[in-house]
Ligand binder design. Sequence first.
Ligand code: FE2
Length: 380
Amino acid sequence: MFQANLSPDGDIVTLSGDGSTARFHAIWLRDNAWDDATRAPGNGQRLIALRDIDAGIKITEARMTEGQLHLTFAPENRSIAYDPAWLMAHSYDRAEGRAPGWLADGAEAWDASMMDNVPTGDFAAVQRNPSARRDWLAQIARYGFAKLENGPVEDGALFKVVDLFGHVRRTNYGAKFEVRTEVNPTNLAYTGLGLQAHTDNPYRDPVPTVQVLYCLESTAAGGENMVVDGFASARRLRDESPEWFDVLSQHCANFEYAGEAGVRLQSRRPMIELDPDGALRAVRFNNRSAAAITDVPFDVMPTYYAAYRRLGEIIDDPAMEVSFRLNPGESFLVDNTRVLHARKGYSGAGTRWFQGCYADMDGVRSTLAALQSPQQEAAE
Ligand code: FE2
């Protein structure tokens, strides 16, 4: 049971019910009306622009009738009905003061303790069963990565993984790229080397926000894949030294790739990127494509390098890493704005054949939200 209270000046409605209270401004309420003259009934798109709403708008009456909140606006002199539950779900009346580096969108930071509980889905189940697909995508949204097991062992199978939520992002590397390694004792020192954990393609702007790596062949011992939560790493840096966290989030690094003719990809973005309200947005970390950093003031550069070094040490700390071995038909997907990945070194001879491709997190989040919608749940 909701109650509404209108301020004497007609500017603010205070809504209480279900144990919570929230204030709403007249201008916000009018802009967020869901009547047929404000929102298209079929697709929900807004039919008016802000210029259609009087800057001095007031509410002249607020009353609850049959579970709906009825507001009368002036000078329009129209009454519009609102669903109070929708209003409460979209409340913006909260206490300020979140420290920079907070996690939005239900994300959860993790470290090596998640090793025994690697987020995983079964290929056939995720493909056929909406609730299995929802659960697999929810893990990606929460943790920034997940494995997929029991998939087909065939060229291009990774595209079937992308089909589960979105579209391939083609780049100058093509729709997919091959990662083939012959490992034998004479060249082990070269091809069998592990790589430092990194995010892919920080020299693109925007970066591809999803990477899929799909195993088609793996006979060499070792060569496990490992992942590190960039958000957990950034937050650990913040907890150790807010100054170092700030220096990496408040200055841009430079990244570049010019490894083939006709290509010179360059970006100027921070290693730790925050939204304007301090939410962690992205981590970029890749020693191979870091370019000369030129946008850090002279006096700040020593601090910047100390922070950069420490972030790398945190990323290299085994306490942060989750590793797993992929067998043919198994793949994993990372949120490339958040989770760093790497391959560990080999300890024996054999071959390894992976295919990789890029896609985007908006598809993951969109498919997940659609699968979580009440209509979908009612259909199951
Ligand atoms: Fe990579």
